[in-house]
Design a protein around this ligand. Structure first.
Ligand code: SAH
Ligand code: F3S
Length: 441
């Protein structure tokens, strides 16, 4: 009987990508079967996130819940991966001895080996090393492609924004080669994937090589667009500092590149941006937005914001709001600043009360929601191109698709053969979290 694997993923798209790869590895190498029930599992993996405080506490609460299953089923193994694992290492096992394996984002390909070692020695195993890009040589393409697939192109980060733990948990920035990436993209395209979503903390700083020469994200996008069956290309996350002119130009050259970009600004105050070590000013950010729009007029932008950075004044916050009103962002993410261990910002004095931070976040989020909904409403009555992803989970009589700006668009149809195709949808209704329409021609 094959053993059963259950994986739970917290955090970012990079973690989703990593989780997919580890499931495939354990299915191929250790003959595991995937289960959606924790109770049935022989191995439970938690792929963790440490970007904000609560995410970390969630890990220990989750382990606590699984401890109860393990009490009844002593052979159950629990493995903790991702950024909390990378940050805490052995300390996880000290605090939660029922954990059998601890591994990091760069050592996940060692899971089958760690699993065997744990079985053999009946002793918990930890490997949170950073062997550069080694994991990619262990990955294989999925047998069944999904309409849209993530492909990691840059691992780690060297930016060291003063608030962020990622450079410590995911290691130094390192780019894969174009050949390696294009091989993965071609395999996905052969298996039915139409949309490629490039991932990295700082994808626009991609510094891989092509035929031995230094390459760029702009070149990689052009090469990807030439692969048969690839209809759409996206990338996240971009750092505004590295959004070079050649990348802006690609919007005028490659129609497969979507008219939407996620460009985290974090704050609209130059004083705070400097303290955050973001390397741009609000004005520079705004001029970049204008530059991209001058090449593609229908561009939409989403962003990340941190509210309540240490010492943020009313004026700083107002600068952020002013920037929001200027850009009129499409959907965005916003968070209250959370002090992270061993980061420079965690040493900065902070006299802003939590209540005030919460108040500012509420104001920002209400405004962001208003713009996002306004953006959705503007699409009503228009015909937009969408990629069909599958049946709607809530209503199997409808198909679910994604617009260029990554909005969920549902439409009534039962032809499952449309999955993976780009179709024109006439938008009839804007709902808070999705759009509804009908198939056009
Ligand atoms: N590489 C991306 C960000 C990755 S982290 C970039 O360059 O922007 C994703 C988002 O989490 C960040 O954009 C930021 O808005 C938020 N974030 C990161 N550290 C945080 C912290 N200490 N407190 C609150 N939010 C944080
Ligand atoms: Fe974090 Fe800044 Fe890198 S937000 S991931 S250190 S670009």
């Amino acid at each position: 009987m094959p053993k059963k694997l259950y994986i739970k993923t917290h955090g970012c798209q990079m973690n989703e990508y990593d989780s997919e790869k580890m499931s495939k590895l354990l299915v191929d190498k250790k003959n595991f079967e995937i289960t959606s029930s924790e109770q049935d599992a022989d191995l439970i993996i938690l792929n963790t996130c440490s970007i904000r405080e609560k995410a970390q506490e969630r890990v220990f609460h989750q382990i606590g819940r699984w401890r109860k299953i393990k009490e009844k089923k002593p052979n159950l193994k629990i493995a903790i991966g991702g950024c909390v694992a990378s940050q805490e290492g052995e300390k996880i096992i000290k605090r939660a001895p029922e954990v059998d394996i601890v591994f990091g984002p760069q050592s996940l390909h060692k899971l089958p080996e760690l699993y065997d070692q744990q079985e053999k020695y009946k002793k918990s195993q930890t490997d949170i090393s950073f062997p550069k890009l080694e994991k990619f040589s262990h990955f294989t393409a999925p047998e069944h492609g999904t309409p849209s697939a993530f492909v990691s192109i840059v691992e780690g980060c060297n930016k060291y924004c003063s608030f962020c733990v990622v450079p410590k948990t995911r290691g130094h920035e390192v780019s894969r080669t174009c050949e390696d990436i294009l091989e993965e993209v071609s395999a996905l395209a052969d298996n039915g994937t139409s949309e490629i979503h490039f991932l990295g903390q700082n994808v626009n700083n991609f510094k891989g090589t092509f035929k031995g020469h230094p390459s760029s994200l702009a070149e990689l996008i052009k090469l990807t667009a030439k692969i048969e069956n690839i209809k759409r290309i996206r990338f996240t996350t971009s750092h505004p500092h590295e959004f070079k002119d050649d990348l802006v130009d690609v919007y005028g050259e490659v129609p497969e590149l979507v008219s939407h970009v996620h460009l985290p600004v974090q704050s609209g105050s130059d004083r705070i941006l400097k303290l955050m070590r973001r390397r741009y000013t609000a004005e520079k950010y705004l001029s970049l937005i204008e530059k991209i729009k001058s090449v593609r007029t229908d561009m939409s932008f989403s962003s990340d914001f941190i509210v309540g950075f240490p010492g943020e004044t009313d004026e700083d916050f107002q600068n952020t709001m002013d920037l929001v009103h200027q850009v009129k962002f499409d959907e965005s993410y916003s968070f209250i600043y959370s002090a992270r261990p061993n980061t420079p910002a965690s040493e900065m004095s902070d006299d802003v009360s939590h209540e005030l931070k919460k108040e500012r976040l509420d104001i920002l989020q209400a405004t962001l929601r208003r713009y996002a909904f306004g953006y959705s409403r503007k699409l009503v009555g228009k015909k937009i191109e969408c990629l069909v992803m599958g049946r709607s989970k809530k209503d199997p009589g409808q198909l679910q698709s994604r617009s260029i700006c990554d909005r969920v668009v549902n439409f009534r149809h039962d032809d499952i053969d449309l999955v993976g195709q780009l179709v024109n949808i006439q938008i009839n209704e804007a709902l808070p979290n999705s759009l509804r329409g009908e198939l056009g021609n």
